[in-house]
Design a protein around this ligand. Structure first.
Ligand code: SF4
Length: 279
């Protein structure tokens, strides 16, 4: 059930998006019944141009900055200091991320890798946890920034959890090969669909790209990176048959461990997006 103010907010956002799309690039904001499917790797590339930038130091090297909206302690994984990134390459209709997902150019502040690490370590010390996490948003957008954060944390007495939708990791085995060198890294790949139809319907991206997160899982296994699979397979979102397709794909790539099946939570932003998509 969408309350009137939520509908109003959405109407405003839609009008802003239309105006902006006319002025600038055609950038997908959220899924509607009339949405054209998009290439998520291309959206990642465009998003990176908005949420990442590099600056040259006086020594001639580059520092890679990325936009974040928040740093806080999350209750997941017991307790984890969390860095919340801006921008994603998917437009899931059940997404709970605030408007920073849809309008990355308007939200967030640029932080250097060192800023991010200092904030995470400070939070972790204050709240007595050894778990650090990066989520959002899609943290794999901005590879140089992410690798710089990981470099700064290597050797630190903590576990670093990277939450990802797996699109970019599936598109690049090289990206995953680079992650092997970080011993304190744990990757959480969150599947959004079990087949092409479900992927296109619920993320707005071209259906054939549904295979990328499964490829990420295969590549992570092959590379020996520590990881686990999560999935938005709540029956309210994913039908039983599609869930079986998902399990089949996981078997195909050789994944045998447990799956963290996520529960659908009807946050305000989620409900607005579901309604916009005609659900
Ligand atoms: S649920 Fe995750 S992958 Fe999907 S749009 Fe939101 S942030 Fe991106």
């Amino acid at each position: 059930m969408v309350v009137p103010y939520q509908r109003k907010v959405f109407e405003i956002l839609e009008a802003q998006a239309k105006a902006e799309n006319r002025r600038r690039f055609k950038y997908p904001r959220w899924v509607t019944r009339k949405s054209e499917p998009y290439d998520p790797v291309e959206v990642a590339r465009i998003t990176e141009g908005v949420v990442c930038k590099s600056v040259r130091t006086t020594m001639g090297s580059s520092i890679y900055l990325r936009k974040y909206t928040n740093f806080y302690v999350a209750k997941t994984y017991g307790r984890a200091a969390n860095a919340y990134t801006v921008g994603c390459c998917l437009r899931c209709i059940f997404c709970s991320v605030e408007k920073s997902r849809d309008f990355p150019e308007r939200y967030g502040v640029f932080y250097t890798p060192r800023d991010v690490v200092q904030r995470l370590l400070r939070l972790a010390e204050e709240r007595d946890t050894d778990k650090l996490k990066i989520s959002g948003g899609e943290p794999t957008i901005g590879k140089e920034h992410l690798l710089s954060v990981l470099d700064l944390l290597s050797g630190a007495d903590c576990q670093f959890i990277l939450e990802t939708n797996g699109v970019l990791l599936g598109a690049s085995a090289d990206y995953i090969a680079t992650l092997r060198r970080y011993e304190n890294l744990h990757v959480r790949v969150s599947l959004k669909a079990g087949n092409a139809q479900g992927f296109e319907e619920r993320t707005g991206a071209l259906g054939e790209y549904y295979i990328l997160p499964f490829m990420a899982i295969k590549n992570l296994m092959d590379a020996g990176v520590d990881f686990h699979v999560a999935s938005m397979s709540d029956p309210e979102i994913m039908h039983g048959e599609e869930r079986l397709d998902m399990l089949k794909e996981l078997k195909n790539v050789g994944y045998k461990k447990d799956i963290e099946e996520e529960k659908f939570i009807p946050y305000d932003t989620t409900m607005v997006r579901l309604r916009a998509a005609g659900r």
